[in-house]
Write a protein that binds this ligand. Structure first.
Ligand code: ZN
Length: 146
């Protein structure tokens, strides 16, 4: 059992970027896992998304909050298609069950996000592909940095 974390601090610039799996993204997205919270089922990460990169279709099983710290992020198709276009410096909230068919970065971008629950990656026909929750995120990060 993971011991309760009383506090945590991460010097983000001292962590090496790691590749976010191509199974779930396109275009060379990198990430740094900052924190996991088993008691909340939450996980927090920062993502570096080069121009033209995107995340594959997924559903937020729990809500999430993000801070776009650099660039531009088109969520749910962006403003032009009823979604949101985040510009630096932008904050956003995505509700439980939010479906994101493509999250696209038209320019070099970075964002920080806390996920209160897993991401369910889905196929075009909505069938499940994979679940990424705090355990999978922690396992991936440990395998990349261990
Ligand atoms: Zn999303």
């Amino acid at each position: 059992m993971k011991a309760k974390v009383e506090q945590d601090y991460v010097q983000i610039n001292e962590l090496e970027w790691q590749p976010f799996p191509e199974a779930f993204s396109k275009g060379g997205i990198n990430w740094k896992l900052l924190h996991t919270s088993p008691e909340m089922g939450a996980w927090t990460a920062i993502f570096d998304c080069p121009k033209g990169s995107s995340f594959d279709s997924h559903i937020h099983v729990g809500p999430g909050e993000y801070l776009l710290i650099k660039g531009k992020m088109e969520v749910r198709g962006g403003d032009g298609e009823g979604g949101a276009t985040a510009l630096e410096l932008g904050y956003g909230y995505e509700s439980c069950g939010a479906r994101h068919d493509q999250t696209y970065f038209p320019i070099d971008s970075q964002f920080y996000m806390t996920f209160l629950g897993p991401l369910q990656f889905i196929n075009e026909d909505s069938s499940p592909r994979a679940v990424v929750g705090w355990e999978q995120a922690q396992g991936l990060w440990d395998s990349q940095t261990g």
